[in-house]
Write a protein that binds this ligand. Structure first.
Ligand SMILES: Nc1ncnc2c1ncn2[C@@H]1O[C@H](COP(=O)(O)OP(=O)(O)O)[C@@H](O)[C@H]1O
Ligand SMILES: [Mg+2]
Length: 392
């Protein structure tokens, strides 16, 4: 084990040392900021499984906005997020005033909901998100003119979007749609896992879909290509003055399965086990075992917990196979008719837990989900069913 600080970031939400394979998404968003109000990507919705890099992409979008001197409000969509956005708006306005005190001497303080800014700060009256945003964007336009600068926009990011906050999301969406229609200098990027977002997009239980979200630019994050995985494993190691044995690097790339969180887990665990400053095949074989276990705890376990009991049974039935499972085998193992099994297949594909690999076959989306299920669930029940003769 070595004592040089480990360059990898195997923590949900932490920006990795090398951001693999998201260049297009970032460039599109950056272009939208430059293209001005009305560009489609200014309202974006990122979806994907846990650990695929949604929060990290939101952070990258925030960096793009900050590098253009935009205001950035970064929120999580837990209860009361609109109120928190209002509070942050006040703080940002205060900062702007402080930073440009002298140059803004001629500019009057903003008025929010008809109340003077200083009073707003002191008394914290209930101000709606809409009036706070409108008044502060108005005021910012005035400041931009006074300082003769490029228009300063506002980016709001909203992570962990969930249908449990449907009403607040609808209200937020209505406000934003209004501002977009008024061609305000605003952008919004939201993120969430497919199961939490789908009920907001589709009409279910007689509720209307949230049109604001349906119209948003959808960014469905998936796995990363091998070349980029390789770069993400190599660059941080070389920057630390370390190196990979070529075979060890190939093994490590393979073990990542293109999954962003796994890049960090594998990188971190292998780096920890380097021999001198070289990461060897042994570092990888030992490191990968630990990385898989962590992935199970941090990704597979919560992903499975989001599902229903029957969904899980379906997955356990799949785990009895060493590769893609045929739907007729699954139905048989579940003792269910094909329509019933087909319903669960569709749900699990929508949840991005499984993919349809070829006609009549399904496979796991996440690397090591099969192994995880085999270790943690009674897969043997279905294995037994598969070749009853030998088991009985
Ligand atoms: N494009 C990427 N390249 C390399 N590592 C990444 C990438 N995206 C995410 N990661 C790493 O994966 C982990 C999970 O990322 P995160 O954004 O928290 O996922 P999510 O929000 O989708 O659950 C973090 O450790 C992060 O550093
Ligand atoms: Mg996240």
């Amino acid at each position: 084990m070595n004592r040089t600080s480990n360059p990898f970031r195997a923590t949900l939400g932490s920006t990795p040392p090398y951001l693999a394979g998201r260049q297009n998404e970032i460039a599109d968003f950056a272009d939208a900021l430059d293209d001005g109000p009305g560009s489609h990507e200014r309202i974006s919705l990122i979806t994907g499984l846990r650990g695929v890099g949604k929060t990290v992409l939101l952070n990258a979008f925030e960096d793009e906005a900050r590098s253009r001197s935009w205001w950035v409000i970064s929120e999580t969509a837990t209860a009361g997020f609109s109120g928190r956005i209002v509070d942050t708006l006040f703080r940002l306005a205060e900062d702007t005033l402080r930073t440009h005190k002298r140059r803004l001497s001629g500019v009057t303080l903003p008025t929010i909901g008809g109340i003077q800014f200083s009073d707003v700060l002191q008394h914290q009256p209930q101000v709606t998100l809409r009036s706070a945003l409108t008044d502060l964007l108005d005021w910012q336009e005035k400041v931009d003119r006074q300082l003769g600068q490029e228009p300063v926009g506002l980016l709001i990011t909203l992570d962990e979007l969930h249908y449990h906050r449907r009403d607040e999301v609808i209200e937020f969406g209505t406000t934003i749609q209004h501002l977009v229609r008024e061609e305000r200098n605003i952008a919004v990027a939201m993120a969430g896992i497919p199961q939490s977002i789908r009920p907001l997009l589709a009409s279910q239980e007689g509720k209307n879909p949230v049109t604001f979200l349906r119209r948003a630019n959808r960014i469905d994050l998936g796995l990363i290509g091998k070349d980029e995985v390789k770069a993400a494993l190599t660059e941080p190691v070389e920057n630390a003055g370390f190196s990979w044995e070529p075979d060890a690097l190939d093994d490590a790339v393979e073990a990542c399965g293109g999954y962003p969180f796994m890049i960090q887990l594998i990188g971190q665990q292998c780096f920890k086990r380097s021999e001198g400053t070289v990461i060897t095949a042994r570092s990888v074989s030992e490191g990968a075992t630990v990385a898989k276990r962590r992935l199970g705890q941090l990704v597979h376990e919560p992903a499975l917990a989001d599902l229903s009991e029957v969904d899980r049974t379906f997955l356990v039935a799949m785990a009895a196979d060493d590769g893609p499972s045929s739907m007729s085998d699954i139905a048989e193992r579940l003792g269910a008719n094909p329509q019933y099994a087909g319903n669960y297949r569709r749900r699990l594909i929508e949840a991005e837990i499984i993919v349809s690999s070829r006609y009549g076959f399904v496979d796991f989306e996440l690397p090591y989900m099969r192994e995880y299920l085999r270790e943690h669930a009674a897969v043997s029940v279905f294995k037994g069913q598969k070749d009853t003769d030998s088991k009985d």
